[in-house]
Ligand binder design. Structure first.
Ligand code: HC1
Ligand code: SF4
Length: 571
């Protein structure tokens, strides 16, 4: 251990520690902008500078290692002046449009400027980094970029995409795409993880709230909305509630007040997905089909597979995602039952995911020329609409989803967690294979937060080798092992976002990045709580699903089900 003094206080830390880590051990908060523990420890922004007795100049605490006997000052007047000066220099090149910025009041730069007393910016703008690019699902505003490099680190290290990075030098340095093109022209998977890690408003999702407002106000349209499993455990954060709080009832009330004609649940179509995907798994296992079967509900993962692992395209489940299945049945089964022309049904999705916007636009995901889903908004965009309408969310009473496509089981709910699709599928497959109503339904071996989890599951004497992956860099690791013959599985769940949909790119921004893991854990726990509280916890027990098959689609895997609920991706 190394003994040092920080602001006159003694502390002992391992010799690998940095000054920043040592200070945090003493609960001394040194401000940072570019630093992300374990991901981006580059010392580029210099906000964390400190004075070290006997050393010349100032030193970035995030990358300066401790050594025996150091005496550090973290907030001397020299340090404070210097931080203020650095912020003024950053602000000189920053488009200061706080009032219209999506990150207003949720911006790390704004908070720092406030804390450090930056009032005016005494410097000229030195670099023109370009104008906002709205042509992709992920909107980039280089004029707001602070060159922290966090997005580039996430994109390459967590997602193994690497489509944004530093370019140019000196005052002309920028963080950009190849040739400065739109992200949609490259291999960006629209996961939105870069948005979540950006400290400012340089990255955001395409705003589709205008489209939704217009639809809701259009008397010619019958507007139905579906809400993804992970939205309800995070939406409350936008209104001051604890992460993981289940706000399903308030969310439904808010959607009704916003003017949607029907409020339905993606958890319902998650149950439907299990009926189809469970059947597909059993078919492949029994009939020598292509294995491993790999889940296909995460559109970021699908795009990643198309760009980088097209030899696995035939392994993908042919099931559409629950979002798309919902749209397809809303415009067929629901329209038929409600006596509404399918062309008049406008389907809106509320998703924790930015890639769902891309998925809804895919050419493959139409039935008879009609798009399954017409507009997708993120959890953040829904919060914005609620705020715009003056609804006092925290005070709302609870309401239930509308019937026909509003009932769901615990299995549908857990889709929002990494491992949830796998567990939901196992619950149904186990009952089908044993012809029993099994009680032991919590497959804890596929739960957890690790990026790759493997398990052997024995069902009715059948040995199933399964894997659960989250984050596309982890998907690469696993698929590379399969390619090389080092690993083999029957069934794999892949979710593009680390932690699964609870941590999707469209979820509320976590301002304190050091709390991000804990927030993710609380959201995950919130979802397992919903599952535990549900009377029905297996997809095949969902009465509305049973009714739909009986009345409209015969059996899972039927011709009609294939027309509506399945697709295929091309190599
Ligand atoms: Fe997801 Fe899914 S779980 S992909 O994360 O399969 O977005 O929540 O809606 O479609 O159900 C997202 C979540 C979501 C789909 C489901
Ligand atoms: Fe990279 Fe995902 Fe951002 Fe695209 S959306 S730039 S893949 S982090």
């Amino acid at each position: 251990m190394i003994n040092i003094k920080i602001d006159g206080l003694d502390v002992s830390v391992p010799k690998s520690a940095t000054i920043l880590q040592a200070a945090r051990q003493l609960q001394i908060e040194i401000p940072t902008l570019c630093y992300m523990k374990g991901l981006n420890e580059v010392g580029s922004c210099r906000i964390c500078v400190v004075e070290v007795e006997g050393w010349r100049g100032l030193h970035p605490a995030c990358v300066t290692k401790v050594s025996e006997g150091l005496s550090v000052k973290t907030s001397s007047s020299t340090v404070r002046e210097s931080r203020k000066n650095i912020l003024e220099l950053i602000m000189a090149n920053h488009d200061r449009e706080c009032l219209s910025c999506p990150r207003n009041q949720n911006c790390e730069l704004q908070k720092l400027c406030n804390e450090m007393g930056v009032e005016a910016v005494p410097y000229e703008k030195r670099a023109d980094r370009g104008t906002i690019d709205k042509s992709s699902y992920i909107v980039r505003d280089p004029g707001k970029c602070v060159l922290c490099g966090r997005c580039a680190a996430v994109c390459s290290d967590i997602q193994n995409v690497g489509v944004i990075n530093y370019a140019h030098r000196g005052a002309h340095t920028s963080v950009t795409t190849p040739y400065g093109d739109s992200l949609s022209e490259h291999s960006c998977i629209n996961c939105g993880q870069c948005i979540k890690i950006c400290p400012v408003g340089a990255l955001q999702e395409r705003d589709d709230t205008g489209k939704v407002w217009n639809a809701v106000e259009d008397n010619e349209l019958h507007v139905v909305v579906q809400t993804a499993p992970a939205v309800r455990v995070a939406l409350g954060e936008e209104f001051g509630m604890q992460p993981g709080t289940d706000v399903e009832g308030k969310m439904v009330t808010a959607l009704k007040r916003l003017g949607f004609d029907r409020v339905f649940d993606t958890n319902f179509s998650a149950d439907l997905t299990i009926m189809e995907e469970g059947t597909e798994l059993l078919n492949r296992l029994n009939n020598g089909g292509r294995l491993p079967l790999i889940t296909s509900c995460s559109p970021g993962w699908i795009k990643f597979c198309e760009h980088n692992y097209h030899d696995f395209i035939d392994n993908l489940s042919s099931c559409k995602s629950p979002q798309q299945m919902f749209g397809a049945v809303a415009k067929s089964y629901y329209a038929h039952k409600a006596g509404i022309d399918a062309k008049k049904v406008f389907v809106v999705s509320v998703m924790p995911c930015t890639a769902k916007k891309f998925e809804a636009d895919r050419e493959e995901l139409k039935v008879d020329g009609l798009r399954d889903v017409d507009a997708v908004i993120t959890t953040r965009e829904l919060a914005k609409m609620i705020k715009q309408s003056g609804i006092q969310f925290a005070e709302l009473p609870d309401s239930g989803f509308d019937s026909l496509m509003g009932v769901s089981t615990g299995a549908g709910a857990i889709f929002g967690n990494t491992g949830g699709v796998m567990e939901a599928a196992l619950r149904t497959v186990a009952d089908l294979l044993t012809a029993k109503d099994l009680n032991d339904i919590e497959y804890t071996s596929v739960r957890g937060m690790e990026g790759i989890r493997e398990a052997n599951v024995v069902i009715n004497g059948m040995d199933l080798r399964v894997a659960v992956v989250n984050g596309t860099a982890n998907a690469s690791k696993l698929l590379d092992k399969i390619r090389s013959g080092e690993a083999a599985y029957h069934f794999i769940e892949v979710m593009a976002c680390p932690g699964g949909c609870v941590n999707g790119g469209g979820q509320p921004i976590i301002m304190d990045k050091s709390a991000a893991e804990e927030v993710k854990r609380m959201r995950i726990e919130g979802i397992y709580g919903i599952d535990r509280d549900r009377e029905l916890r297996k997809s095949h027990k969902n009465p509305e699903i049973k009714e739909m098959y009986e009345e409209y689609m015969d059996n899972p895997g039927s011709h009609k089900a294939h027309q509506l609920l399945h697709t295929h991706y091309v190599k």
